[in-house]
Structure formats: structure tokens, C-alpha cells
Design a binder for this molecule. Structure first.
Ligand SMILES: Cc1cc2nc3c(=O)[nH]c(=O)nc-3n(C[C@H](O)[C@H](O)[C@H](O)COP(=O)(O)O)c2cc1C
Length: 129
């Protein structure tokens, strides 16, 4: 099974969670800024980002908008924030409208507890693949 972890992170919190999920899944996480498109089809895509003034980064929105059922079998979401889960809800809606299956379970870490959630993120990556 082919798996990928992609994220958008301005301040580094989501990046740390992405790296932990990727470690659990036995792969490497990549920023969507470094790699703006998946080079090949994946069965499972872990995709994460955070809200900034209540909305996800435009880069992440446009990345999700460019995904297709030919490129990805299923998406598993993760997010970090101060309080909001909005990024997950918005991505879920956007992807479902494109008929891309989205796992109901997602991973959340509060921005002040990133290191406290690292082990759980690794476990999440392990158990979801
Ligand atoms: C400019 C700015 C706006 C933010 N707006 C929100 C927000 O509306 N809701 C929220 O829960 N967190 C908000 N946050 C907190 C970030 O979502 C949180 O720090 C997140 O972990 C950042 O992820 P990153 O480190 O991967 O960029 C904001 C942070 C910044 C810097």
C-alpha cells in the first residue's frame, strides 16, 4: 500500500505532528510548499494544516482542490490550532464534494501541547496504515 504525509505549516506545529505521523507510518512527511503535487497515486494520504484567522491557508485549500480520485484512494486529516477544528471540517467537505473518501477519525493537537502529542501522533500513523 502506498502512503504519503503532506502538510502546510507556517509556524512549525503541524510540521512536527506530520513528522510524527510519518514516523509512525514508516515514511517521510513533505510540505506542500516543497512538493506542490503528488508525483504518483497513493492509497492513503495523510493531509494536515492549521487555521489562521479562522481559515486554512490558501495554499492548502488549493492543494486539496487539485486532488482527484485518480491521485488518492483515501485521505486522513490532521490539524493543530488554538481551539478550532475548522480546517478538518472544511477539508472534509471539500474532499467529499470531489468524491474523495475521507476517514472519519482525524488527529488533533493543541498548539501548546505539540510535544505532548507526538507519541500519540506516531501511534496514529502506525494504526491507520
Ligand atoms: C495569524 C494567526 C491566526 C490564527 N488564527 C487561529 C484561529 O482562527 N483559530 C485557532 O484555533 N487558532 C488560530 N491560530 C493558531 C494556529 O492555528 C496554531 O498556532 C497552529 O498550530 C499553527 O500551525 P503551524 O505551526 O503548523 O503553522 C492562529 C495563529 C496565527 C499565527
Amino acid at each position: 500500500m502506498k502512503t504519503a504525509v503532506r502538510y502546510y505549516s507556517k509556524l512549525g506545529n503541524t510540521e512536527k505532528i506530520a513528522q510524527a505521523i510519518a514516523e509512525g507510518a514508516g515514511i517521510e512527511a513533505r510540505s506542500i510548499v516543497e512538493e506542490p503535487a503528488l508525483p504518483e497515486k497513493v492509497d492513503v494520504l495523510f493531509l494536515g494544516g492549521a487555521p489562521y484567522a479562522n481559515i486554512m491557508a490558501p495554499e492548502l485549500k488549493s492543494y486539496a482542490e487539485r486532488l482527484t480520485t485518480e491521485l488518492v484512494g483515501k485521505v486522513i486529516l490532521f490539524t493543530t490550532s488554538n481551539w478550532s477544528r475548522r480546517t478538518v471540517l472544511a477539508l472534509k467537505k471539500l474532499l467529499k464534494e470531489k468524491n474523495i473518501p475521507v476517514e472519519e477519525e482525524y488527529f488533533y493537537a493543541h498548539m501548546l501541547n505539540i510535544s505532548g502529542r507526538t507519541e500519540a501522533a506516531k501511534e496514529f500513523g502506525r494504526k491507520m496504515v
